[in-house]
Design a protein around this ligand. Structure first.
Ligand SMILES: NC(=O)c1ccc[n+]([C@@H]2O[C@H](COP(=O)([O-])OP(=O)(O)OC[C@H]3O[C@@H](n4cnc5c(N)ncnc54)[C@H](O)[C@@H]3O)[C@@H](O)[C@H]2O)c1
Length: 318
């Protein structure tokens, strides 16, 4: 069955991969994106699909998506994900998460569509429990530099829950953990794009703090599979999506060096404020309820990511 799907944030890193997967399954996709951090190139590559259309629009404004027909599903991925980007205009980040999510929920309500929010592991803040299970309430600094994003997403989850109880909107909440892969921007300030591009450019790698802080990285194609599985499921409560292969940032630097085949030179910088010390999802729920788990090894995913950055680097040089 062909499904008519709106993807807000569809020009971004995860959003563009999601659009491609949905189009390859034969669905019709309307991508709504302000291009704040998204890529016009990603949109151009999606235009080869007959079922694809693009509307340049900020979700904080009242949505005018014209005559696209009745929507069956709405994915909300619109929000800058990298601290470098979301901290540039923190008020806008909060507006995007709260007003933007509300506008998309209204659209879903008008269309009788199912709505999925791309929430985040950041709602757990700097967690005091490991692994983080969905019933953990988190440890978030409400006034720190990350608050606009963390609290914005927490409020978005509360709003989605309120629409569900007050308006019976059919909703899903995905708590996405660190995701990486081809399509990331080389200068987005995220750890994997930083490490890979520094090594390719023969520059030292910068590590914030002692490098013992941990993350669990999920390859983007796996993540998109999880989002689609959640949208198709009956699960209306939040679900963690990610990988539970936890590595320290120092270990990650060594793995990236090995994958690219270059020796790693490290420069230590002061630790970032409120940077979580540990992050590893409890994935029992997504395995049990969705029958989904990430399958791409970190080495393979990094090899594919490095190949992508090497190719885009050549394109820059030419
Ligand atoms: N990448 C990750 O590791 C990660 C982790 C947790 C959660 N997430 C969530 O997943 C979603 C996608 O993340 P990403 O890595 O693709 O980020 P991204 O910055 O690459 O993409 C976000 C997209 O949203 C668009 N956008 C931002 N504000 C908008 C607005 N007001 N109106 C319309 N479009 C707007 C941007 O232009 C961009 O195309 C985000 O909601 C993010 O919070 C991502």
């Amino acid at each position: 069955m062909i499904v008519r799907i709106l993807v807000a944030g569809g020009a971004g890193f995860i959003g563009a991969t999601l659009c491609e997967h949905l189009l390859l399954r034969g669905h019709t996709v309307v991508c709504v994106d302000s291009l704040q951090t998204g890529s016009a190139l990603a949109i151009d590559q999606l235009r080869k699909f007959e079922g694809f259309s693009f509307i340049k629009q900020d979700i904080v404004q009242i949505l005018d998506i014209g005559a696209v027909g009745t929507l069956d599903q709405v994915y909300n991925l619109a929000c800058p994900a990298s601290p470098k980007h979301y901290q540039k205009d923190p008020i806008k980040t909060i507006e995007t998460n709260v007003i933007g999510t509300r506008n998309l929920l209204d659209l879903a309500l008008q269309n009788g569509a199912r709505f999925l929010l791309a929430s985040t592991s950041e709602i757990y803040g700097s967690p005091e429990r490991k692994p983080q299970r969905e019933d953990y309430w988190g440890n978030v600094n409400t006034t720190g530099p990350r608050a606009c994003y963390d609290e914005g997403k927490r409020c978005a989850e509360a709003l989605v829950t309120a629409y569900r109880s007050q308006h019976q909107t059919d909703t899903r909440i995905a708590r996405i953990f660190n995701t990486y892969g081809p399509g990331m921007q080389r200068d987005d300030g995220r750890v994997i794009s930083n490490f890979v591009t520094c090594l390719l450019d023969k520059k030292p790698i910068e590590i914030y703090g002692d490098g013992k802080q941990t993350r669990s990285f999920c390859y983007v194609d796996d993540m998109v599979g999880g989002l689609i599985a959640l949208m198709a499921s009956d699960c209306t409560t939040p679900v963690n999506l990610g990988s539970d292969h936890e590595v320290s940032i120092m270990e990650l630097a060594c793995i990236v060096g090995r994958v690219i085949g270059k020796s790693v030179e490290i420069t230590h910088c002061p630790a970032l404020i409120d940077d979580p010390r540990e992050r590893r999802p409890d994935l029992d729920k997504c395995r049990r309820v969705l029958g989904w788990q990430a399958i791409t090894s970190l080495e393979l995913g990094l090899r594919k990511t490095a190949a992508f950055f090497a190719k885009t680097q050549q394109a820059h040089v030419v």
